[in-house]
Ligand binder design. Structure first.
Ligand code: NAD
Length: 496
């Protein structure tokens, strides 16, 4: 395979901050380089916003939200807003290959996966267009009261100006999970994507400008977390913060929001278990284990990165898992058929290798991967890594790696499997594979997680709720729950 580093740098579009319907440079003129993680080359730059730019964006959003008593957006019908969302979905579909290529260049995601992401982005806008329309049908829903001389009705209103702060692993898709329901609800949005992958979110701003959403209703501020994200989360005129990212940053956002009693929803980290029982079809279970651990280069919050194998199948399972994982196609993520690209940045690369060496030092056995494959001379590539003999006290079992690293342990009984699975501060997802439906039911009820997959790992639909328990956060995205995140409920009670 050709060395990915040999490819010429491809320059991503040069865009500015998108505030009040206009593109403009940051007030302090700082820019952040965009680095292609497959080649380590600089392929562009994004604006580095600071608190002055944040203030401008919040002011624009507030003005747009209240403009003309909100008739043009926040008090328009859901049907009217839904038309804009459908137009966005159409444009994303038209440009999906271009957007996917940008995503791959920016964060290293294999191109086939990036194309699926763009299809999911379009589907998510389309889905929330439908929910925006349904919102009109449920306005003024009556509430049954015990006294006949009172009547009460429920009005669902947009919360107001919302700050959406997102990570780099699914740059446009994670943003869409927030932007689509927030716009459907009638909110004014300020999106702050990750400084490591903002390119496609800026392209979304361009699409939103083209479809004619009123100026100020959608704004994008790019920049570092402390410089741009923190002043946005702490701003007095931001009515809600919806955050996806690490548990550490989520905690600091919650502290900032607490100072002004602002609602937050937090989608945070995870260390999700996949439990495989001895009645499972081994080949199928190995495939799900690999998919759950290595999809998107293992950089998935809900990755099933802890594999629990029933002891009597462990040897056979691990042999297949190691052989198949070692054969995963890794290299230039722009090449069709590539299954593993580079991780997003040099610091992530270094962090992941450190996790692997600490695991080995603590006594885990490296079955495959553990380093950049020899045929790749440059780029932040880490081969699909499987570590066995992992004990629950080891760092690799407890902490989120956010890379293509699968930690494997064994169990004897169902009770022991559940105990090991739940012995984690995180509770985002969990999965169980067994032919015994009763056992799957018991285990899925016993798992402490917001998402449970049965006989699979990772399928995600915009109709089903997404979110965690314990230190994985609270609030739910997607489905009707995702829309409720951006609505406040008002009761109208009259005396007759
Ligand atoms: P991160 O917390 O470093 O950054 C997330 C976002 O927060 C970025 O936009 C960043 O610029 C911003 N930020 C950083 N410091 C900030 C501060 N002090 N104030 C305000 N904003 C700040 O996370 P990441 O490295 O981008 O993403 C990886 C993490 O995201 C992993 O822990 C992963 O599990 C989690 N994640 C969770 C979900 C989910 O749905 N639960 C989905 C994707 C990723």
């Amino acid at each position: 395979m050709a060395d990915a580093a040999a490819a010429a740098p491809i320059v991503v579009p040069q865009r500015q901050l998108f505030i009040d319907g206009n593109w403009r440079p940051p007030r302090k003129g700082a820019h952040i380089p965009v680095i292609n993680p497959a080649t380590e080359q600089i392929i562009g730059e994004i604006p580095g916003a600071t608190s002055e730019d944040v203030n401008d964006a919040v002011k624009a959003a507030k003005k747009a939200f209240l403009h003309n008593k909100g008739q043009h957006w926040s008090r328009a019908t859901g049907e009217a807003r839904g038309k804009y969302l459908r137009a966005i979905a159409d444009k994303v579909t038209e440009r999906k290959l271009w957007l996917a290529e940008l995503e791959t260049l920016d964060c290293g995601k294999p191109i086939d996966e990036a194309v699926w992401d763009m299809e999911d982005v379009a589907a998510c806008f389309e889905y929330y267009a439908g929910l925006a329309e349904k919102l009109d049908e449920i306005q003024y829903a009556p509430v049954e009261l015990p006294l006949q001389n009172y009547k009460s009705n429920i009005l669902k209103e947009p919360i107001g100006v919302v700050a959406l702060i997102t990570p780099w692993n699914y740059p446009l898709l994670m943003a869409t999970w927030k932007v689509a329901p927030a716009l459907a609800a009638g909110c004014a949005v300020i999106l702050k994507p990750s400084e490591l992958a903002s390119v496609t979110c800026l392209e979304l701003a361009s699409i939103i400008q083209e479809v004619g959403i009123p100026p100020g209703i959608f704004n994008v501020i790019t920049g570092f977390g402390p410089a741009a994200g923190a002043p946005l989360a702490a701003h007095e005129d931001v009515d809600k913060v919806a955050f996806t990212g690490s548990t550490k940053t989520g905690r600091s956002i919650m502290e900032m929001a607490a100072r002004i009693t602002k609602p937050v929803s937090l989608e945070l980290g995870g260390k999700s278990p996949l439990i495989v029982f001895d009645d499972a079809d081994i080949d199928t279970a190995v495939e799900w284990a690999m998919f759950g651990a290595f999809w998107t280069n293992g950089q998935i919050c809900a990755a099933t990165s802890r594999l629990l194998l029933q002891e009597n199948i462990a040897e056979k399972f691990l042999k297949k898992l190691a052989d198949w994982s070692a054969s995963i196609k890794i290299g230039n993520p722009l090449e069709k058929g590539c299954r593993l690209g580079p991780v997003v940045s040099e610091s992530q690369y270094t962090k992941i290798l450190k996790y692997i060496s600490t695991a080995q030092a603590e006594g885990a056995s490296l079955l495959c991967g553990g380093k950049r494959p020899d045929h790749l001379k440059k780029g932040y590539f880490v081969g699909a890594t499987v570590l066995s003999d992992v004990k629950p006290w080891m760092q690799i079992w407890k902490e989120e790696v956010f890379g293509p690293v699968l930690a494997v342990s064994t169990f004897k009984t169902e009770e022991e499997a559940l105990h090991l699975a739940n012995d984690s501060p995180y509770g985002l997802a969990g999965a169980v594979i067994s032919k015994d439906a009763d056992r799957c039911k018991r285990v899925s009820e016993g798992l402490q997680a917001g998402i449970v997959w049965i006989n699979c790992s990772q399928p995600t639909f915009c109709q089903t709720p997404w979110g965690g328990v314990k230190r994985s956060g609270f609030g739910r995205e997607l489905g009707e729950w995702g829309l409720e995140n951006y609505l406040s409920v008002k009761q109208l009670t009259r005396y007759i």
